[in-house]
Write a protein that binds this ligand. Structure first.
Ligand SMILES: [Zn+2]
Length: 304
């Protein structure tokens, strides 16, 4: 009996070693978060790109910070399987999530929320000048842009979409006014894995454009929290648990409460920016974005 328990323990030990080795073989910046699901970002807080294997091919959630990263992801896919990338799902239409789509598409079909194509076409980020500037960063980057073609989504869904591939099911949910014109949360119900897009960060302030709404972001966080995820993969930052959602929800609630109280006390926006401190955010990244977080809260409070 004892021997059998020991044998089992050894088998589990070797299996876990083998699994760890498998993620390691993909390269130093890949993190295995569940069976057949690998998250990649070369540098902390750069956009995550995730490989999801299925029996019928691969799905990517975003294609990496730059085409250089997309080629790293493409090489990892080749190590994992001989099957192609069938679908790319965009969490948002900004260049640090989609510029490298051309590495996979064709044949990959690109899926995004309605408004993504319009956002890409209007954006300065995809102008020939900006792309030339990005290519000029290094010889390696110029090489990575070889055969570059701007790929816009083939499918745009509205509000909710379900996609099945092989043994996996993907639920896509529109996140309204959280970061870009077309943000998508992706939920794998069987695996309990959630992709939050840039609605939340990990110890990092988000960039709140004028249309970003904190009340809408809080509703989005509540909706995603109700799914009860085991693994949470933000658009940027190290994957973790539902604590990522809880921490960001708490921050926005405190921000709204703080701004509400100061507006009631007759403070101006400038005074609030100078005086309001949110405990627990002292070591967060992106402090230069904090004033635009306050502006977003101030807009919401003033609109009430
Ligand atoms: Zn973005």
């Amino acid at each position: 009996m004892k021997t059998r328990t020991f044998g089992c323990a050894m088998a589990v030990f070797y299996l876990s070693l083998a699994l760890r080795a498998a993620a390691q073989d993909l390269g130093p910046h890949f993190k295995k978060v569940a069976d057949g699901i690998y998250v990649y970002a070369a540098v902390l807080n750069e956009a995550n790109s995730t490989i999801i294997q299925t029996q019928d091919g691969v799905i990517l959630i975003d294609t990496g910070q730059s085409p250089k990263d997309s080629h790293v992801v493409a090489a990892a896919v080749k190590k994992l399987t001989s099957q192609p990338v069938r679908y790319i799902i965009h969490t948002e239409p900004h260049p640090d999530h989609i510029m490298g789509d051309f590495v996979f598409s064709p044949p990959a079909i690109v899926i995004a929320h309605a408004g993504a194509t319009a956002s890409i076409k209007q954006s300065e980020s995809f102008s020939p000048q900006r792309i030339e500037k990005q290519m000029a960063a290094s010889a390696e980057m110029r090489e990575a842009f070889k055969s570059f073609r701007l790929v816009t989504p083939h499918v745009e869904y509205r509000d909710k979409m379900t996609l099945s591939l092989g043994e996996r099911k993907f639920e896509l949910y529109y996140l309204k006014n959280v970061h870009s014109e077309a943000d998508t949360a992706i939920w794998l119900p069987k695996e309990r894995v959630l992709f939050t897009a840039a609605s939340v960060g990990v110890k990092r302030f988000g960039n709140h454009r004028p249309f970003v709404s904190i009340p809408d972001t809080l509703s989005g966080i509540k909706m995603m929290r109700a799914l009860n995820p085991e693994v949470v993969i933000p658009g940027h930052g190290v994957p973790g648990s539902a604590k990522i959602l809880d921490d960001m929800g708490k921050y926005y609630a405190q921000l709204m409460d703080g701004v509400t109280a100061m507006v009631k006390a007759g403070k101006s926006l400038d005074e609030i920016k100078k005086e309001l401190k949110i405990p627990g955010t002292e070591d967060w990244e992106g402090k230069d974005r904090y004033p635009n977080n306050i502006e977003a809260a101030y807009r919401a409070v003033s609109a009430k």
